[in-house]
Design a protein around this ligand. Sequence first.
Ligand code: RVP
Length: 509
Amino acid sequence: EAFFSSNLPVGLTYDDISLATLYSEVLPRQTNLVTRLSKTLELQIPVISSDMDTVTESKMAIQMALNGGMGLIHYNMSDEKQVKEVARVKNHIHGFIQEPIKVGPDQTVGEIIERIADRGYGFSTFPVVDENNKLLGLLPGRVVKPRYASRLVSEGMTPRDQIYTLLEKDITKDPIKVADKFFTEHMGIHKLLVVDDEDRLRGLFTLSDIERIESESQQSVKPARDDHFRLICGAAIAAHRKTDGSLDRDRIFEHVGKLVDEGVDAIAVSTAHGFTKGVGDSVKMIREEFPDLTLIAGNVTSAEGVEYLADAGANSVKIGQGPGSICTTRVVAGVGIPQMTALYVASIAAQKKGVSILADGGITKSGDMVKALTLADGVMCGSLLAGCNEAPGQIIEINGKLYKQYRGMGSSSAMKEGSAARYGHDRKDVATKAAAEGIEALKESVGSLSGVLRDLVGGIQSGMGYLGASDLAQLRANARYIRVSPAGQRESSPHDVITVKTSDTEASK
Ligand code: RVP
């Protein structure tokens, strides 16, 4: 009956609606974009880069965090490689480094050079400690050279009695200020080690970090950092299965455990269909073993799906089935819900359960972000970021134009490399019968991520200004939606003119 009386629920997406303006005293630049995904995870801007193999590896995740957001490292690689990618982000930049990378006196300089390349360290000076973590010296960058590869660390290090140190108990109040004063007083010194009463290494400061922190405090958007002042980083995992199809508990624990050891800030159990026993059970298992870890899970597009994953222990649920620019799930499988409607039903369930939600896929401009953020706590982007220099892959030139590859994780080529699990298949399926749910595409090369994010964030701030919202909670509270007619949609983009200059980036279309 409902079917014929056109009482079927309506599915609306970003372009189907517009936001009504409200009286405002808020200037866009005064808005605060901080968002919270769990009790422990806060981002400075509500933007996350997708866990896709043409979007997020360590380079992208580092820049996302430096710009206040978070990258979710994809899982189309071995567990070990992914752990290393996370380590690269967590080691990238430091204030007071509480667990500094150290070396032993009996290692060769060659071994240290190899480790630097392997882990992607951006520094080459290391404290030297004995097996009890007692400070023996400092290996200066100027001796970490291939020429000395066969020499021992102990031969090249500056000995203990010639190194400046501070006592841990003397820096408890305002460590950054103490370090800043020290570097001003000691011209030419770039590393300051911190030790305990027994001369065991407890941490270190570097001059460049202290200077960066000072310049950051003057920027409007701050980097997303953890309690130890390291950049925030997330990683996606599959619901690992054994060959008989049952969940591989040991592998899940081992994989997550290693990521946690590296300091990962969020784990996402990331699949195309999250309202499933496999995803629910994986989340439950991880929650029991890692009670304090921020867990993201998905994807779902129903209230029941959100509640199911929240009950399993997820802190944040990814919403989106079929909206992605490279996604063919709706074409191939005939399922999915347009994104604004999906977010709406999900947001009600999320509020009830006290979890956050992420709007994943289908975002093509900053206006879509503003609309999504009236219902979600963050947005997840693939297509908007895949053309950035920091996305994996080379820039390709075609007829004088520059592009980067962008492919769906459900495309057959990506599934062959490991993402089949996300779509409920295994590698054997892919070789024979799995239907691809994604395509391979190109994105125009758009330069550095910070430029792209600046435009996107600027757009979000403008939207908030129009709605009189000084923070994201107010944006959610103030939103009033207008359904846009087809003529209204035409009116919404530039029309009836000959375009001379398009906007500088797609973001501000
Ligand atoms: P978009 O930003 O519109 O490019 O969408 C990116 C999102 O699309 C991802 O975060 C993911 O949820 C989804 N995706 C990734 N691969 C595929 C696919 O092959 N179908 N879909």
